[in-house]
Design a protein around this ligand. Sequence first.
Ligand SMILES: [Zn+2]
Length: 272
Amino acid sequence: MEPILSQAALFCCPLCHGAITRGDTFLRCERGHTFSLSKKGYVDFVPGARAGAYDGALFESRQRFIAGGFYVEMLQTLLGLIAQYAPTGPLLDAGCGEGSFLKALMPDPSVRLCLGLDLSRPGIQQAANGGGGWLWGVGDLARLPLQDGSIGAMVNILSPANYPEFARVLGDKGVLFKVVPGDGYLREVRALIQGQLRRNSYSSRQVQSLFAERFRLLCKQEIQKTLPLSFEQARDLIAMTPLTQGIEKERLNLTALREVTIHLHILVGQRP
Ligand SMILES: [Zn+2]
């Protein structure tokens, strides 16, 4: 039995909100909406979803870049905050991409039920590669396939949020840990592509005040570090970051990109 099927009670139907039961190779709601288990062990809660802008190569770059250790300090801080504020209950990574952050955060998923959801099928396919006990699903953050109040801790790392849905699945006791870029995040990449940026309107302060409007802020931590970058890492960074979408990456002078600033805020909040 695949681990995700044995957790059927955690899920609800993203289409009709009905309860879910398991079959041999699928999860099914009481009205008959069926979500198949792939051979790799993940469940597809958005059958027929379009491929989207992110392809498999992007997630491979992202996995290599994250493995370079640039987010170690963020992950250690996050782990400490989770232990302090939300030590029990299933842990969800909402918008997990190829799963690197969830795997690094919880290398041993036997100690806590860990689930990663992302709308990108190539991302989830890569996450599920190699097994390991984490649960993975192709899922829409606007229609989470989870029961009300079922999640103890939710991480949402450098990924868009859907606060009403997050509040629903967290319930009264769950805690949201949202990681957002600070104004200095990837400063060196912004400098390299200056003039080609379509929009440069990101405001960390705006994102943080929206969080505080929707959730009761329990705690806030800031991480800021500038780290050296190899040529291969610079190439992976340019390939993975949404900043360079729509930009002619081949024309960028990557040898000029010798270091990178990782400036992040971790926001910890509870449903009001
Ligand atoms: Zn249904």
